[in-house]
Design a protein around this ligand. Sequence first.
Ligand code: IPE
Ligand code: IPE
Ligand code: MG
Length: 239
Amino acid sequence: MNVPRHIAIVMDGNGRWAQGRGAERNEGHRSGLDPVRMVIEECLRAKVAALTLFAFSSENWSRPADEVAGIMNLFFDALEAELPALNKNGVRLRFIGERAALAPALRSRMGEAETLTMGNSALRLQVAISYGGRQDILAAAAQVALACERGELRSSELTESGFAAHLALAGLPDPDLFIRTGGEQRISNFLLWNLAYSELYFTATLWPDFSSAEFAAALREFAGRQRRFGLSGAQLQDA
Ligand code: IPE
Ligand code: IPE
Ligand code: MG
């Protein structure tokens, strides 16, 4: 079976999951930790090289303050609780997104986790917190502009790969498979540049209910797709 090298997931539906049970939205976010563990384990098992999880978008800051505070506390506690197992299992953890917006205590834990797991190579795990695809592209454009101003780069020499080297996912292959739970069929400002040729998989299942069986179904669906990258089907058959 053709296994994706890199999977990107929009983990959506936590709030509706909780509300459906008459619980606080933050209970849904907490329950979303189980499928995170499951997906990491399955990626290790299937030898997926990279996994990028959308945990909190740039736009999610506009949610009610108590929900935002609950999510930030959850990040802190989850990092504390999960880090030893992640490290033991060979996961290299990195965070992408606007770090300056986060509380210093969380930020320093994130930095420590990245340093601790830097030498691991079983799975590259990126967690997107305070991340926006447009912000990512804009920050890369600013770096390129600066290099031009300093005379280190001529605008005519800028290439796709040269530009992508300034993006948050620099050094990683583009996601082969994009999964979004929760029923919405949109990207919601996730990895706008990197998703250019990803296979898209949408499911109505709310994130806390996302199971290993459903993850396996997404992998099977991916394996059955023909990726053409602009070529004709006949060209691919000849190759
Ligand atoms: C996704 O679940 C998690 C975050 C955006 C932090 P939601 O909280 O968006 O859940 P729904 O979409 O409201 O059900
Ligand atoms: C996308 O979900 C962000 C995350 C899952 C972290 P949202 O719930 O914020 O997306 P919209 O608002 O439905 O587009
Ligand atoms: Mg949502």
